[in-house]
Design a protein around this ligand. Structure first.
Ligand SMILES: Cc1ncc(COP(=O)(O)O)c(C=O)c1O
Ligand SMILES: N[C@@H](CCCC[NH3+])C(=O)O
Length: 408
């Protein structure tokens, strides 16, 4: 997708120079072809199983991308009223909508009773009690999955690890068993599935093997209830370092698929990063090359307000200068925000960028634009999509008038 042709960076064969013409930076850019490739790769793993892919909208909430995924037959996982509204806005059928979240408000639950999603994933006993009360009052049925916490270490950044027993998400298997026992004949609460999601940016298969084996044993131990679907969550990691270390699909196929097969249930996936992560990039422009006795800084117009992952998780993103010519030197790549933490990389070797050159911060299609902010009164950036060799705007940049319009 990103390639140097005659020393110039290109995206799906289009020179960056052409893409940036008349388009003020910073902006996000996505490749539709790359999203399709990612979906094809997921499908190749689950071939032969009764499965359904959903997209975790928290990774990227651009309505055009969500609509495109819907048209490919991909479902959606929403975690808030806002994401739910997005799914409705692009015309999702409730049957393809999965609802998550560990703090669903009364309004949210009420709305779900009317909307009837494919499954409402229940995070706790307390939440289920709230739902039971509402469902009984309104005399409405709802299909529910219990989010279980299998207590496995996903071997990832602690901030994005969700399946250890100390985590705030889900319930332990004993609690799930108890709730199934209590509610399995309830007139309105239909517990038909289980859900688990152990964390994000996972690069090893063993945590999935452990988690799904535990759940498989749990299901076998249930007597009175026939569950029909298993939501196996998301979390597949991508190759941020560009060193070939990505989620090992072949190993997953060999070790995990047999466990899922013998569950003999419909399998629902909710992947975010793996679907859009490597299909997006943040494009910025170099304002200054600032030299101090200690360091040389590449000061870009993109900042932590556009992409917070490096500041928040110290995460690595590969950075491509516009031209791959000249001598390689070490730089700190920083933004214009008044925070020392506003830096994309420290001591990164790059082929000498110059003021006015563009740079690309790669693999930012997931948890990029969605986590951007107006800090230092930055404007949230535009988004563009490369599709069929054309670049189209899929969200305009915010403008100052719009953001200050509350002041009359
Ligand atoms: C419940 C749930 N499902 C799915 C996802 C998607 O995760 P990922 O983008 O790592 O695939 C998340 C985020 O980690 C999540 O919290
Ligand atoms: N925001 C995180 C992922 C969070 C996953 C949400 N459950 C990241 O950028 O990696």
């Amino acid at each position: 997708m990103l390639e140097y042709i005659n020393h110039q960076l290109t995206v799906e064969g289009i020179p960056l120079e052409e893409i940036t013409k008349g388009r003020p930076t910073p902006f996000y850019l996505y490749s539709w072809r790359q999203i399709e490739r990612n979906i094809e790769r997921i499908e190749s793993v689950f071939e032969g199983l009764n499965y359904h892919i959903s997209f975790a909208a928290k990774a990227n909430n651009n309505l055009h991308l969500i609509k495109g995924l819907k048209d490919l037959g991909v479902g959606i996982d929403v975690v808030s009223l806002g994401e739910f509204y997005s799914a409705k806005r692009v015309g999702y059928n409730p049957h393809n909508v999965i609802v998550n979240g560990n703090g669903k408000s009364l309004d949210f639950l009420r709305e779900m009773l009317v909307y009837q999603p494919r499954a409402l994933n229940i995070d706790s006993w307390e939440e289920l009690e709230r739902l039971v009360e509402l469902a009984e009052a309104e005399k409405k049925e709802i299909t529910v999955a219990l989010r279980v916490n299998p207590d496995v270490d996903p071997i990832t950044h602690p901030y994005i690890s969700t399946g250890l027993k100390k985590s705030k998400f889900g319930m332990d298997l004993d609690m799930a068993k108890k709730l199934i026992g209590i509610y399995y004949k309830h007139p309105y609460i239909k517990i038909e599935g289980l859900h688990l999601h152990i964390g994000s940016q996972i690069l090893k298969v063993s945590p999935y093997e452990d988690a799904y084996s535990k759940v498989d044993n749990f299901i076998k131990g249930l007597e009175e209830h026939q569950l029909t679907f298993m939501n196996i969550g998301g979390g597949w990691g991508i190759d941020y370092y560009k060193d070939g270390n990505e989620f090992p699909l072949e190993e997953y196929k060999k070790k995990v698929i047999p466990i899922l097969k013998q569950m003999n249930m419909e399998i629902i996936l909710e992947l975010g990063r793996f679907i859009v992560g490597n299909a997006g990039m943040l494009v910025g422009q170099v304002e200054y090359i600032k030299k101090t006795p200690h360091k040389t800084f590449v000061v870009t117009d993109a900042s932590m307000a556009d992409l917070i992952r490096p500041s928040l998780y110290n995460s690595y993103h590969h950075i491509y200068p516009q031209f791959n010519q000249g001598q390689e030197k070490e730089f700190d790549i920083v933004g214009p925000i008044c925070e020392t933490g506003d830096r994309f990389a420290e001591g990164r070797s790059l082929k000498s960028p110059m003021p006015g050159d563009y740079i690309v911060i790669a693999d930012t299609g997931a948890y990029g634009r969605v986590m951007s902010s107006n800090y230092n009164f930055s404007l949230r950036s535009a988004e563009y999509l490369v599709k069929d060799q054309e670049v189209v705007e899929i969200r305009p940049r915010e403008d100052f008038e719009e953001i200050t319009s509350y002041f009359k």
